[in-house]
Design a protein around this ligand. Structure first.
Ligand code: BGC
Length: 912
């Protein structure tokens, strides 16, 4: 049995007939599928497990869960916290803990066994979670910091504060059984115990609107402690707390205060006694350390001559350090962080180093990446090396920095003059492919550098490869762009002075991303940010957390709250996503209706089909793309679409009365919409723009009798007017591929996706892009708004890749029922794709030749799939590893033989 699991921290048991792995998913929307998490603050966590078996048709019939307060008790099957007994159900994900009440700092160990159609499993390996600090009083009484600037700090526009260092020593006279650190360090922190960095996370914690909520992280620090003297040290950076552009536009940019920290180390000794190490004014601190300046946009300045060796170890002389000060606490609620922090997820070595005039050197990382550069270089004490970063080069070979706007993206390192000095920044990241180094008096080697690729720790859950190299390259570019823009929040771009979580950019895109990354808990956190940003009257901003205060009132940006809720429910089966967001969506829809709906037309929009491609590449030369063309068609169609989704959500949440209201409202909007925007004679909407036709068609607003005509116009636009290209901006591109596909032209979708000429994804690649551009004409537009690493223009491309090219689609939430219908497209002969769903690994690998179609399919245990096999007759299909007669045939339909299968691996072959 060869088992692959995406659960990295969970042990797997080898069972006679199956393997069982387990994981925790947490209730109340804060989190999805955390593996053995520490410090959660959900009092009824939900548990999920995955069954892996080589047998076919494995369905769960019952489970038993045991939760114990110690691993020993669990081993003896003593469920002193909960023993569910045998529960007859197929439910294996999001099963709610229903045992004794859980309190602060409790440790919970759990395991599960199942009864299935293939027999009874063994118990799973031991899994665990611990509870965080659930009450305000569990925390120390004071935050520490320095609520002021120091003479060397810059608190003007580009806010470059030095990092704040804090330390404290304490004694451990007894033997430690276990110890936990709970820490909030704002904006960003790094924690050390006895000189060792605690955890592998970087740029912690995830950013929030600190006036609303602040997130704490929990670490198991047992192994960091020692008998006798111990020292704890913390470094605090600006992050988004001490805002990146203080005072630049105070009407727009939120600022919160100076860096500060709240920390508790809770030690349990083997004799059962406990001790706490808390932040208070017995700590010592300094702002005069080596990190002289740090800022998310501008970079970091590090002076190694200022290093205080051993500052985070016991015995350091801190007599010259200041007394830590009790400072103002942030007003946000303290909450456990239920999404993973960022980490260095990969490293890249430059592919070339080249000399530039003036003793400078240029590194090419070979990939537009997001993170930072580690250097291993040498020089004399006091000399400096300067690193400047950019996504691309100018024609003269120099860095192209115009698109950074006023973000400096520059690191400055001052040598201490030892042998080779290794350094990397702590509190600043940037998007870059090229690095210019100045100040070195020798030619560095490639392995003196290492590009640290940084994003939120989440598994890559999808693979995708086809016989078309361009389709594959677009997938790669998308992976890099998506990964890089995960920064505790989904940012729009990682390089210029913006890096804002714009809602509109992620509407359908997040759904496509979910096929690549295990992003459930990340987006659950972002939905919480969005709810927190909602105003009392119901308004939802365009950016959340609203670090930039934009409440422009439109449907398509704030509307991502609805699309993301749908995505989480569909892709991960998390019904709590719906319960938690329903009231906020309802309130917002009311707010928009009250203010902006006139005769069932939603009269307010902000961005229109944002960043539509100029008709020719030349037409966009030098022009900024920040022109807005508000469109009542878009806002009204979106409003309608949301009434339809709210009807589904109403059903799930038992809001029956609302369903009727949304139905009635939706019907009226649809009628008014067609009345106002539909041209009966010509069979198109308003100006026959591609997006104007696609949205009403895909949203189901087009009268039955006009559907063919509208689709004909769409096809004409793409095929004839655009010569096989798209012409959508951010809004239209989110529905384009699915619309072309579902109304019968997957081949045309394929033509659009594989264009190498303008405009299209292939054009970007042809021009050297290694990520996805913000603009279709990213090579000619004004640099002012022209990032080379945005994900918004992916639209629904990745959804189409998985659901239609590979044919892996959730027919019911979390892929409990899977629809597998790969489109047969001339020119695309092979697709190999996989997706690790909550139930397990789904695979679809097909090869087609003139005479044969071969399809290897894997379906996880406890799920079923409907397979649409391309065959004109039932008798043309064989199944290699079994017999086709054992597989349930449903019917023949439109050149497909439809079968229903349970879990297992299959290989179908069709003579063509
Ligand atoms: C951002 C976009 C965003 C847009 C809306 C831009 O500056 O980069 O991604 O959606 O503004 O105005």
């Amino acid at each position: 049995m060869n088992i692959k699991t995406y659960i990295s921290l969970t042990a797997i048991l080898l069972l006679p007939f199956q393997k069982l792995t387990a994981q925790v998913s947490l209730q109340n929307l804060k989190c999805e599928m955390l593996i053995n998490p520490l410090g959660i603050d959900v009092t009824q966590p939900r548990l999920s497990w995955e069954m892996v078996s080589s047998k076919r048709d494995v369905m769960q019939k019952a489970y038993q869960l045991i939760v114990a307060s110690t691993a020993e008790k669990l081993a003896k099957n003593e469920g002193d916290l909960w023993n569910s007994g045998k529960v007859n159900t197929a439910e294996s994900i999001h099963v709610k803990y229903n045992g004794l009440a859980l309190g602060s700092r409790m440790r919970c160990f759990w395991k599960v066994k199942t009864w299935t159609t293939a027999g009874e499993s063994e118990w799973s390996a031991t899994n665990s979670w611990t509870m965080g600090l659930l009450n305000y009083k569990d925390w120390p009484k004071g935050w520490i910091g320095f609520d002021r600037a120091f003479p060397w700090d810059n608190t003007k526009t580009d806010s470059r504060l030095s990092a704040r260092y804090f330390r404290k020593e304490f004694q451990n006279t007894k033997k430690v059984k276990y110890a936990t650190a709970s820490v909030i360090g704002l904006g960003l922190y790094q924690l050390y115990i006895n000189g060792q960095k605690v955890g592998e996370e970087v740029l912690t914690p995830s950013p929030t609107d600190y006036n609303q909520n602040v997130k704490y992280n929990t670490y198991d620090v047992t192994d960091y402690l020692q008998q006798g003297k111990n020292a704890v040290g913390a470094v605090l950076g600006n992050g988004r707390f001490f805002a990146m552009r203080q005072n630049e536009k105070p009407y727009k940019i939120k600022t919160f205060g100076f860096p500060k920290m709240l920390l508790n180390i809770h030690i349990v000794y083997t004799d059962g006694s406990t001790a706490n190490v808390d932040t208070d004014d017995s700590w010592k601190g300094t702002a005069d350390g080596p990190i002289r300046a740090n800022n998310e946009y501008d970079g970091e300045e590090y002076d190694a001559t200022k290093e205080a060796t051993g500052w985070n170890k016991p015995g350091f002389d801190d007599s010259k350090w200041l007394k830590a000060e009790f400072v103002q606490e942030p007003s946000g609620t303290i909450e456990a962080q239920m999404n993973e922090n960022m980490r260095v997820m990969a490293t890249l070595q430059p592919i070339s180093v080249k000399a530039l005039p003036g003793g400078r050197y240029l590194l090419d990382m070979g990939q537009n990446m997001v993170g930072w550069l580690q250097i291993k270089v040498k020089s004399q004490k006091g000399k400096q090396v300067k690193l400047r970063f950019a996504e691309s080069l100018q024609e003269n070979g120099e860095l192209f920095t115009a698109n950074l706007r006023n973000a400096k993206c520059t690191d400055l390192y001052t040598f201490k003059g030892s042998d080779v000095e290794t350094w990397e920044p702590t509190f600043s990241y940037r998007g870059f492919r090229y690095v210019e180094l100045s100040g070195l008096n020798y030619t560095p080697r490639l392995n003196d550098f290492s590009g640290k690729v940084i994003y939120d720790k989440m598994n890559t859950v999808g693979t995708f490869e086809t016989s078309n190299a361009l389709i594959n390259q677009i997938f790669k570019n998308a992976w890099w762009g998506i990964a890089g823009n995960y920064k505790g929040i989904p940012i729009d771009c990682p390089q210029r002075n913006e890096r804002m979580p714009w809602l509109g950019d992620r509407g359908a895109v997040a759904h496509g991303e979910n096929f690549l990354f295990d992003n459930g808990k990340f987006y659950a956190k972002w939905l919480q940010d969005i709810r927190n940003a909602q105003k009392e009257d119901g308004a939802i901003p365009d950016v959340a957390p609203a670090f930039w205060r934009y409440y422009s009132d439109n449907m398509s940006w704030p509307g991502s709250i609805v699309l993301l809720t749908e995505m989480l429910y569909k892709q991960t089966g998390d019904v709590n996503a719906v319960t938690a967001n329903y009231p906020a969506i309802k309130k917002w829809l009311h707010y928009m209706q009250d203010r902006y709906m006139k005769d069932y037309i939603l009269t307010k929009d902000s961005y229109g089909d944002w960043c539509m491609p100029p008709v020719t590449i030349e037409a966009g030369r030098g022009k900024s793309a920040d022109k807005k063309y508000p469109s009542e068609l878009i806002s009204t169609a979106y409003y309608y679409h949301f009434t339809q989704l709210m009807m589904q959500f109403g059903l799930l949440t038992g809001n029956d009365a609302d369903i009727k209201e949304y139905k009635a409202l939706g019907d009226k909007i649809k009628a008014a919409f067609n009345q106002k925007f539909y041209n009966n004679d010509k069979g198109y909407y308003t100006g026959n723009n591609l997006t104007d036709n696609i949205i009403p068609l895909y949203f189901g607003m087009v009268p039955e009798s006009s559907i063919d005509q509208v689709f004909k116009n769409i096809v004409y636009t793409v095929e004839v007017t655009n010569k096989g290209h798209l012409s959508n901006g951010l809004v239209g591109v989110q529905w384009l591929m699915r619309c072309l596909n579902d109304y019968g032209r997957p081949d045309l979708a394929y033509t659009v996706a594989t264009q190498k000429t303008y405009p299209g994804w292939g054009y970007m690649i042809d021009q050297g892009a290694t990520t996805i551009w913000e603009l279709w004409n990213g090579n000619t537009a004004d640099p002012k708004m022209n990032s080379q690493n945005h994900v918004m223009m992916l639209g629904d491309l990745l959804i189409w890749y998985y659901e239609n090219l590979a044919g892996i689609k959730a027919e019911s939430p979390a892929f409990k029922q899977i629809k597998m219908k790969p489109e047969m497209i001339n020119g695309l002969d092979q697709v190999n794709a996989s997706y690790h769903s909550a139930y397990g690994l789904i695979k679809s690998n097909y090869v087609k030749t003139a005479h044969k179609f071969n399809w290897k399919v894997s379906i996880p245990a406890n799920t079923t799939a409907t397979l649409y096999i391309p065959a004109k007759g039932k008798n043309m299909v064989t199944e290699k590893s079994g017999t086709i007669k054992d597989i349930k045939f449903i019917k023949l339909e439109e050149d497909r033989a439809i079968y229903e299968v349970g879990s297992g691996n299959y290989e179908f072959e069709v003579e063509r």
